[in-house]
Design a protein around this ligand. Structure first.
Ligand code: SF4
Length: 315
């Protein structure tokens, strides 16, 4: 279990990330996942850490960040997997409430068909749900869901949550060249999103190295078309395309910071550079972590990225 950051987030300002799922356990194995292929597919919820352990670690991390005058806008459940697989997430949200910082959950929404998951997330202030396709074949090709998941139930659960939730609801749709970037699917997704009435509907592109090398971002024309289609039907549409920036916080241990941030958030070369200078360190640390097989360097769309090398999950 790790709390990390604050890291700059395109949607949430300065966000302290809560990584409460061991790498990488997910209900999906999206072709564009920036964390690589899913190590363990799972659809049953379970306990990974005790809720007290999670809240203790997050609280200690927040205290340290506030002591250094780091500003925090959100505490965000954004593990290297699907956050709602954690059966304690509702309790963890409750335990963290007294910190007085808004709480966000970035979910793939695949378990929203479960009443307990919907109830757990009602306590959050901001929830993002992934909706890359409403056509079942595309959902299977893009998100590669766990075999126990049913497409209709997932979409029904998403609607039920949107109806019940009083916080800020966001949706995220990743556009992949040759899969869901045609106008027809964009129309269907926009119709579905209209019923959800999200505060913001994000149109995203894979800007970091994807799990499958053949995945390419939709081209400009397709992005524009999707944006127009969404914009006609929805209140607020926004691109989620740019890089978040490099304002990563140094919390006192450069090796730990690099490993905990990059395990959920591949960093670009400039971001690593800035973090190293905040820590008064040079690239030797990064080169050593690469030699020790803890970090990997990847080239993607003319940028160098640094990612945590995920261990093989044994259980
Ligand atoms: S992108 Fe999110 S939902 Fe998809 S496989 Fe990766 S962690 Fe899971």
């Amino acid at each position: 279990m790790k709390a990390y950051g604050p890291v700059p987030s395109r949607r949430l300002g300065q966000s302290v990330g809560i990584n409460h799922i061991p790498p990488k356990i997910c209900t999906y194995s999206c072709v564009y996942c920036q964390l690589g292929r899913t190590i363990k597919m799972q659809s049953e919820r379970r306990e990974f850490y005790s809720p007290e352990e999670v809240s203790r670690e997050v609280e200690a991390h927040v205290n340290k960040a506030q002591y250094r005058n780091e500003h925090i806008d959100f505490l965000t459940f954004v593990p290297d997997g699907e956050p709602t697989l954690d059966i304690n997430i509702g309790r963890e949200i409750e335990l963290l409430k007294p910190l007085g910082i808004k709480m966000a959950v970035i979910s793939n929404a695949s378990l929203m068909w479960r009443e307990d998951v919907r109830r757990d997330l009602l306590g959050a202030d901001w929830v993002s749900m992934k909706i890359d396709a409403v056509t079942e074949t595309l959902w299977r090709r893009i998100n590669r869901p766990h075999g126990a998941l049913e497409h209709k139930a997932v979409l029904g659960g998403i609607k039920a949550f949107a109806e019940a939730f009083n916080g800020e609801l966001a949706t995220e749709t990743m556009l992949i060249k040759g899969l869901n970037d045609g106008g027809e699917e964009a129309e269907k997704i926009a119709d579905f999103l209209t019923d959800l009435r999200p505060e913001k509907a994000y149109v995203a592109l894979p800007t970091r190295p994807p799990a499958e090398k053949w995945v390419k971002p939709a081209d400009e024309q397709a992005i524009n078309r999707a944006y127009q289609i969404f914009d006609e039907k929805l209140k607020h549409v926004e691109y989620l395309i740019g890089y978040e920036g490099n304002a990563f916080a140094f919390t006192g241990n450069i090796e730990e910071d690099l490993l905990s941030i990059t395990s959920v958030h591949p960093m670009r070369e400039e971001g690593v550079d800035m973090l190293l200078s905040k820590a008064g360190e040079n690239w030797d640390t990064v080169h050593r972590l690469i030699e020790e097989h803890k970090l990997v360097e990847i080239e993607y769309q003319e940028n160098k990225f640094y990612m945590r090398k995920l261990p093989i999950h044994s259980s």
